[in-house]
Ligand binder design. Sequence first.
Ligand SMILES: NC(=O)c1ccc[n+]([C@@H]2O[C@H](COP(=O)([O-])OP(=O)(O)OC[C@H]3O[C@@H](n4cnc5c(N)ncnc54)[C@H](OP(=O)(O)O)[C@@H]3O)[C@@H](O)[C@H]2O)c1
Length: 304
Amino acid sequence: MTDNGPILVTGAAGQLGAVGRTVCGLLRDRGLPVRAMVRREDDRAAALRAVGAEVVVGDLLEPADVYRVVSGCRRVYFGMSVSAGYLEATVTMAVVAREVGVDAVVNMSQMTVSQMSIQKTTSSGQQRQHWLSEQALAWSALPVVTIRPTMFLESFSPLAAPTVRARGRIEVPFGRGKTSPVAAADVARVVAAVLADPGPHLGRIYELTGPRSQDMHAVAREFSDALNREITYFDIPAEDWERELKKAGLPEHLTRHLVAMGELHRAGRYDRLADGVERVTGRPAIGVREFVSLKADDFGGRRS
Ligand SMILES: NC(=O)c1ccc[n+]([C@@H]2O[C@H](COP(=O)([O-])OP(=O)(O)OC[C@H]3O[C@@H](n4cnc5c(N)ncnc54)[C@H](OP(=O)(O)O)[C@@H]3O)[C@@H](O)[C@H]2O)c1
């Protein structure tokens, strides 16, 4: 291990939550050296260089790539897109991090894992892989900090923005289930704080939610307040949602995960509140209204 080596941030180009990309910026703001791992050279890689990160290209499913990018680093943030190879990538990272020797691995997981066990699982392959990944990291005896966020507020952009723009409706099959989505920017603030000074956090699990757990009608009211026009919630049949997701050409693994997320919402499994954001960063998590206000353009803009 290199005591003053860079902090490796995987999945740094960002796609949905872009936690890795935000973490890179936050660490650079603190003057810490960052190695940002991306899958390919593009303008996102150039943007990471512009904030002072060392950019490395590699595939988290290729052990030799992972060894090359981890070598010389003292700490690792491990996160990548929801994808079928997640468990393989996690175990590959664990093997390499043990070989190289690092003083902290901050592992992105999901809040649903808190309710999972050998006897109680979910139909999402992604959640099953996160559960197994956490087990494997525990066996690895690496110094791990586990981050378990609930659904990201950013998920509303792909999932709800088109219908909010087109007809002022959030159309998801969440029934009357309550939800407490958290901003990926808040998740990134937690990850960056832990990476900057991992000592007090080692071995801990941080559950992260937004500030309120409420049903989708209440979420729609927060959208209305933020956009200054009426937004309503329309509970669609799960089959319709699945058909739309497939039509959009999403990978099967992601579609199955989103369908499971809908089922779990209906079953009340996203009705959770946790204070991890404030506990780690000292600042409360932002809520739906603040998030939608910040992203108003995604949702068709705020009426003046
Ligand atoms: N979205 C949610 O609601 C939610 C909630 C709780 C937890 N999570 C967890 O958050 C994580 C996703 O975080 P995020 O939204 O910040 O990620 P993201 O924005 O989707 O970015 C992930 C990055 O991983 C990269 N990547 C994918 N496969 C790779 C590979 N084989 N090798 C190297 N890089 C690879 C992608 O590269 P490209 O851009 O080049 O494809 C992408 O830039 C997942 O673990 C998910 O389970 C998500």
